[in-house]
Design a protein. Structure first.
Length: 241
């Protein structure tokens, strides 16, 4: 639902930011802010009511926004458009960035053993592979937490238990029970631009990289992507820490 009038060309949408804080007492504190083009800083949304440049709000589907007709709002939008058009895809192959020492597991590994494996090696997730080393899924600490504390369960006599309580143990479940399928696979020649785009689109933090035979030869994480970008922009050295 929109509270704005017809939008002229000089009126630009400014995203409304939402911060929600949950306390132990169950109370929730909510604060909405916007980045004011005129003051060039974040301000509470309520302060826009006192500004003559506010031309309404957009609520409903998509991101809520304030409509602003200040000249700096127009300049800010044009700068964003120019930047998006100026950026060219990077051709750096993922083989230059990926981690080449990859820990993998088979689907028959117990969750108890998997948890110890992840904690011992201080890693958050691992590819699940078949007998040929080809990825068939990926499993993470988050998957284990969700399995243990979010899914309802029943006791041995059939009585329903509250969420987070389980009658079974980790050892009775295996990786195959909760692994996620690999959304998409890439070879070592795939560009980092494609990798970053795929991770953002699929909303995943790690992707296995395969060789020509389809077996895992590396893994790339969202941290690897951030590190690659920072290195490309000259903020960190060319070698890993």
């Amino acid at each position: 639902m929109s509270t704005a009038r017809s939008q002229p060309d000089d009126v630009q949408p400014i995203k409304i930011r939402l911060r929600q804080v949950f306390s132990g007492s169950g109370e929730t504190y909510t604060c909405e802010t916007v980045h004011c083009p005129n003051r060039e800083r974040s301000v509470p949304l309520v302060s826009c009511v006192l500004c003559g440049h506010k031309q309404g709000e957009l609520r409903g589907r998509g991101e809520p926004s304030v409509l602003c007709d200040h000249p700096k709002a127009q300049a800010q939008i044009m700068q964003q458009i120019f930047h998006e058009r100026a950026v060219a895809p990077d051709s750096t192959p993922v083989s230059d960035v990926m981690t080449t020492r990859v820990f993998c597991v088979r689907p028959d590994v117990s969750l108890d053993a998997l948890l110890g494996f992840l904690l011992e090696r201080n890693i958050s997730s691992v590819p699940v592979v078949d007998e040929h080393g080809a990825p068939i899924g990926i499993v993470s600490k988050t998957d284990i937490v969700r399995h243990r504390y979010e899914a309802d369960d029943v006791s041995s006599d059939g009585e329903a238990l509250e969420s987070g309580f389980h009658a079974c143990t980790l050892a009775k479940n295996t990786v195959a029970d909760l692994m996620s399928p690999v959304p998409i696979m890439f070879t070592e020649n795939t560009s980092m631009s494609q990798i970053a785009a795929a991770m953002a689109y699929e909303r995943v933090h790690q992707l296995p990289i395969v060789g020509q035979d389809g077996a895992v030869v590396g893994i790339v994480s969202s941290l690897d992507v951030v590190t690659w970008y920072a290195r490309r922009e000259g903020y960190i050295g060319a070698t890993r820490a």
